[in-house]
Design a protein. Structure first.
Length: 106
């Protein structure tokens, strides 16, 4: 993959974007492995969301975005969505590992 500055055509740009998108998806898969591994350290289902951790994570991701030249007001909600989705996945994994049924809405 060429750097963005060294691309000579739209095809080069598309190869770069596709390569990066694949890397992002691979990184999300790796993140999922950590999320599932964390479930073993959660004593109760109620301990999974860890709002204090989420409260610290989101501003940090926004700072990282600003440092990378990205809009923190875009990255904040994007990561909030990712984090809450991963929390749901961890709850599901936690319940599955303990032989509990799926969550049902009341």
């Amino acid at each position: 993959m060429k750097s963005a500055e060294n691309c000579a055509s739209l095809d080069d740009i598309r190869v770069g974007i596709d390569t990066l998108d694949k890397q992002i998806i691979d990184a999300l898969g790796q993140r999922m492995a950590y999320v599932k591994a964390a479930a073993q350290f959660k004593p109760t289902e109620e301990s999974i969301p860890a709002p204090e951790r989420v409260g610290a994570m989101l501003p940090q991701r926004q700072r990282w975005a600003a440092e990378a030249g990205l809009d923190p007001d875009f990255v904040g909600p994007l990561f909030a969505q990712l984090i809450y989705w991963f929390i749901g996945q961890q709850v599901h994994h936690w319940r599955t590992q303990r032989g509990l049924g799926p969550l049902t809405s009341k």
